[in-house]
Design a protein around this ligand. Structure first.
Ligand code: NAP
Length: 256
């Protein structure tokens, strides 16, 4: 279903300097199903050499500076994105940027919790608020729900599932800041799904699998290509029945 991106004029991805964000941009630009414009954001575009090289090769990629934890940066990026998308609006916002602060019961501090919350839970909400007028503009141009109209995709994690962290699975990845930040992101997603439904903007949370990136580490089973090929198929196939959902990269429902 990734070919559905052909009917999606404008896509924006946060954290596109490396890892999954960079792969989303790469796959969208080269996969034969490109959207009209790919807005690839990075907090330090000058240092994002691979993204710059990709943008030089594909004119549909537009790099926008965005530090997701700075409201001033979010506001500046929203103005730049508006200049790029104009009357078409923004069809697909992928809140992908994230950090993983590892701390167990012994080492966790309030500062570590708040830092992880700011990037992973608060920033996607603030970015969605800033992009809301553009998402709404895109959503007026279609019927049904999906990326042909407007969608917000929050890159979450299985590790944020409260339900799954119990029984046999309860002694792995004892990471208070990261796990709880993704649980909070899941609730942000549900809250957005309630509030943005009337405007026809689809909102959902997606787990990309365990992937070999700087965050996922070298022992992860999936390559970025494998994960993102599946992630883009899932996003491309989203309809109203997926509004407010938490999905695995394979498309299955995940428990909250
Ligand atoms: P990654 O390789 O560590 O890349 C993280 C990206 O987020 C980088 O582009 C980084 O930019 C950006 N970022 C961090 N803080 C930012 C800020 N303040 N402003 C703007 N950008 C910022 O991670 P990844 O594996 O690609 O993960 C992407 C998303 O998938 C995350 O939300 C992660 O939680 C989620 N996820 C990953 C896995 C996995 O196995 N990899 C599994 C489940 C969920 P810089 O280069 O400038 O630092």
């Amino acid at each position: 279903m990734a070919h559905a991106f052909k009917n999606c004029p404008n896509v924006m991805v946060t954290g596109a300097s490396r890892g999954l964000g960079l792969q989303i941009v790469k796959s969208l630009a080269t996969g034969g199903f490109s959207p009209g414009k790919i807005i690839a954001t990075a907090q330090n575009p000058e240092g994002a050499k691979e993204l710059q090289k990709l943008a030089a090769e594909h004119q549909i990629i537009h790099i926008v500076k965005l530090d997701v934890i700075s409201q001033a940066s979010i506001d500046r990026a929203a103005s730049e994105v508006e200049q790029l998308v104009q009357e078409e609006g923004l069809n697909c916002l992928i809140n992908n940027a994230g950090i993983n602060i590892i701390a167990d019961f012994e080492t966790v501090t309030a500062e570590k919790m708040l830092e992880n919350f700011h990037t992973n839970s608060v920033a996607p909400l603030m970015i969605t608020k800033a992009m809301f007028p553009l998402l709404k503009r895109a959503a007026t141009k279609g019927t049904g729900m999906g990326i042909h109209r407007a969608a917000v995709i929050n890159m979450s994690s299985l590790l944020g599932s409260v339900e799954l962290y119990w029984g046999d699975r309860a002694n792995t990845f004892k990471w208070y800041p990261y796990r709880t930040s993704k649980s909070a992101l899941n609730m942000v997603t549900r809250c957005l799904a309630v509030d943005l439904k009337a405007d026809g903007i689809l909102c959902m949370a997606l787990h990309p699998g365990w992937v070999r990136t700087d965050m996922g580490g070298p022992e992860a089973p999936l390559s970025t290509e494998e994960s993102i090929s599946s992630v883009l198929s899932v996003i491309g196939g989203l309809t109203e029945t997926d509004h407010g959902s938490f999905l695995h990269y394979t498309g299955e429902q995940l428990p909250w």
